[in-house]
Design a protein around this ligand. Structure first.
Ligand code: GDD
Ligand code: MN
Length: 365
């Protein structure tokens, strides 16, 4: 007989939490036919190896290892797709989620007409003591923003702890955004109609072992999710972002170039060169910030990375300055010459930064 309840546990470097978590789940789900599916994004700390070792002796445990991929939401979606159980729970591996809620959630799904039960930190009886001050504020802000695009008054749409019926999952699975961390918000935003839900309070505990994977990339992906749900039907978010970045870059370019030309008094060629160096540096720094924490270049790797990035971009920069200066000498306005040169540089830098320096893992998956 297959399991009635699958507990989907996304993992990335969580080895030291696995055994304790399984022990606790086993205790609270005594009498329930359950299984645990760990969806591991090729952790370097041996998480997947440990899960498989355990699975050899316990057929309720499985490991789904993904290679060259990152993303909490997509891990949960694929874990659910690998299961046949009618009830599906999603829970973190680090023991921040109170496992004693699992049997209560299951009972609600079986006895009441709701399709999802959410573990909430923000209703009476719940708590978020496991979050530090900055994280608490960020979580409240994200929750506030969610109200604008979710069709439901969920108190904690950022919760990573919930249980749902397979029938609900099947309704939304083709519509998922699937990026980033916010799978619960994604479920609500992607559902074709209203979702019947119930919230149960729990205290978000401190992480047992290891560290959080929530970084700038994850926050950025949350904003993309919101944008996608708001405007994605009309116009692709990636296109809008591209236009904004290009326009923003052009405005900054003209500002800096103008300042160097008019206020400092550099000649056009020098001013365009300095502006190009600034743009390349900004490009590198932004890319490095919006990359998952563990792929970010730091210390010596940072210096080596930025050095090689300058070298790779120098080809585009030479073309930029040559073209801009030639145009400038034909008497077209300085800002137009500057921007046209910069476009050449931009296209080159874009090609370089998308193939160079950062491994592609963590992006767009
Ligand atoms: N497979 C996979 N891939 N798992 C991941 C990834 C990934 O890229 N990133 C994180 N995880 C796993 C972690 O190993 C952990 O089991 C779980 O997802 C949650 O990650 P944490 O890094 O512990 O996240 P957090 O504690 O900062 O955030 C949690 O609380 C938030 C609310 O404040 C998560 O539950 C969020 O979903 C939740 O919004
Ligand atoms: Mn955590």
């Amino acid at each position: 007989m297959g399991a009635e309840l699958s507990v989907i546990i996304p993992t990335y470097n969580e080895r030291d939490n696995i055994r304790l978590l399984l022990k606790k789940i086993g205790q609270v789900l005594d009498g329930v036919s359950w299984e645990a599916i760990f969806v591991d994004d090729d952790s370097r700390d041996g998480t997947n190896k440990l899960v498989r070792e355990i699975a050899l002796h316990d057929s309720r445990v499985r490991c789904l290892q993904r290679i060259g991929r990152r993303g909490l939401s997509s891990a949960c979606i694929e874990g659910i797709l690998a299961s046949s159980a009618p009830y599906l729970a999603v829970m973190d591996a680090d023991l921040q989620h109170d496992e004693s809620l699992l049997p209560k959630m299951l009972k609600v799904l079986k006895s009441e007409s709701v399709s999802i039960v959410i573990g909430s930190r923000y209703i009476e009886g719940g708590g978020a003591d496991g979050l530090n001050k900055a994280r608490f504020k960020a979580s409240r802000l994200a929750t506030f923003l969610a109200k604008f695009f979710l069709k439901a008054e969920v108190s904690d749409p950022m919760s990573g702890f919930f249980m749902l019926k397979r029938s609900l999952f099947e309704k939304v699975v083709y519509r998922f955004n699937g990026r980033g961390f916010k799978i619960l918000a994604d479920i609500f935003a992607s559902a074709p109609g209203k979702v019947s839900f119930k919230e149960l309070p729990f205290s978000f505990r401190k992480r047992h072992s290891g560290e959080s994977k929530l970084d700038m990339l994850v926050m950025w992906e949350y904003f993309i999710l919101i944008a996608d749900k708001l405007i994605g039907r009309f116009i692709p978010v990636n296109f809008v972002m591209f236009v904004f970045i290009a326009l923003g870059g052009a405005v900054v370019h003209i500002g800096v170039l103008g300042f160097l030309l008019k206020n400092i008094g550099f000649n056009f060629q020098t001013a365009q060169l300095l502006t190009a160096i600034m743009a390349i540096t900004a490009n590198f720094l932004l890319n490095n910030i919006f990359t998952s924490n563990d792929l970010q270049l730091k210390g010596w790797h940072f210096l080596r990375g930025i050095g090689s990035f300058y070298i790779a971009c120098s080809v585009g920069a030479v073309a930029n300055i040559y073209i801009a200066t030639s145009l400038y000498n034909t008497n077209i306005p300085w800002w137009m010459a500057g921007v046209l040169g910069a476009i050449i540089g931009f296209v080159w830098n874009y090609a370089v930064s998308s193939t160079f320096t950062w491994r592609k893992i963590g992006k767009n998956c």
